[in-house]
Design a protein around this ligand. Structure first.
Ligand SMILES: C[S@@+](CC[C@H](N)C(=O)[O-])C[C@H]1O[C@@H](n2cnc3c(N)ncnc32)[C@H](O)[C@@H]1O
Length: 294
């Protein structure tokens, strides 16, 4: 396949200063392998594309057609990592529903000790793809765990998939990479399960990040489902005195706790800065009107 994205090769052809400055601030590249997902979390915003819950409600509304291939993704990732970006996140939609996932993730170049490739996934497809996921250079798998029962999973993601499939995915992920972490949005639908999710993370010695819901144009009618992180923070303070805040570079502001050596992070609105809703689609060189999906 001829790559759609033709990146300049001569150093004089492009001014990389902005990217290099972003990289120096520990900026990250988020690669959306597909806007599509096999579940439909109601808060999903899909970076300026049509999010899965909207398509679920109205089939006429579909995300952009994919117009770049695996080699195009790899071209962009290589160009940016060679210019200094060290942290690459693969997300979506659900990245493991993308037909390009295998080719992209098995085609990554080594990044060296200061770099990392992270897959962000809902966990439901890890078992299906476990045979080749072990052949990738992924450093970390982050599994979203905004639920701890079939009921809350259905309420949040509108799926009949059971919670056991996600817990199984987490288990398999731990056999694939050394670093498996959890992501948990704080919502009215899971407020009664947040302690269980924290206990599970502590018991399994897995880092977890608790995140306050960020309002986007797609979830404004659901804003009342957002739950403040104050309760989790108060509970964590009963478990540990090891706490500090991090607001570094272009990263999100977070409170970092260590409970028996396990890192628990809380993305707390009061610390400022978040990225949700700030990302937009990249444009391919051939057509600015068609999004590239990066
Ligand atoms: C959009 S999902 C995509 C990757 C994958 N399908 C998954 O479920 O992890 C990745 C993460 O984005 C974050 N996210 C999405 N929408 C958000 C919102 N409105 N506010 C805060 N975080 C959000 C959640 O942390 C979620 O776990």
């Amino acid at each position: 396949m001829t790559p759609l994205l033709t990146l300049p090769t001569a150093d004089t052809a492009v001014d990389w200063t902005a990217l290099e400055n972003f990289a120096a601030l520990r900026g990250q590249l988020r690669v959306s392998l597909t806007p599509r997902c096999n579940i439909a979390c109601y808060f999903c915003h899909n970076e300026a594309d049509v999010p899965p819950p909207l398509t679920r409600r109205d089939r006429v509304q579909q995300p952009r057609r994919r117009d770049i291939g695996a080699e195009d993704f790899l071209t962009v990732i290589r160009a940016m990592t060679r210019r200094g970006l060290r942290r690459i996140y693969f997300s979506g939609g659900e990245p493991l529903t993308s037909p390009l996932a295998r080719e992209v993730l098995t085609g990554l170049e080594p990044l060296g000790p200061d770099g990392s490739y992270t897959l962000i996934t809902n966990g439901t497809r890890i078992r299906t793809h476990r045979s080749w996921l072990g052949d990738t250079l992924l450093d970390k798998i982050k599994v979203s765990l905004h639920y701890f029962s079939d009921e809350s999973l259905r309420a949040i993601a509108g799926t009949r998939i059971g919670i056991d499939a996600i817990l199984d995915g987490i288990d398999i992920a731990r056999g694939i990479v050394d670093h498996v972490e959890l992501n948990c949005l704080l919502l009215k639908q899971n407020v009664h399960e947040v302690r269980h999710i924290l206990d599970f993370a502590l018991d399994q010695r897995m880092p977890v990040q608790f995140i306050e819901l960020v309002e986007t144009e797609f979830n404004q009618d659901q804003r009342s489902t957002a739950v403040s992180a104050d309760g989790v923070i108060a509970h964590l303070r009963t478990l540990t005195r090891d706490e500090h805040s991090e607001v570094v570079g272009v990263g999100q502001g977070r409170r970092v706790f260590r409970v028996d050596g396990v890192k628990i992070e809380v993305i707390h609105r009061s610390l400022g800065r978040h990225h949700v809703g700030q990302c937009g689609p990249a444009r391919s060189a051939r057509s600015a009107s068609k999004g590239s999906g990066l």
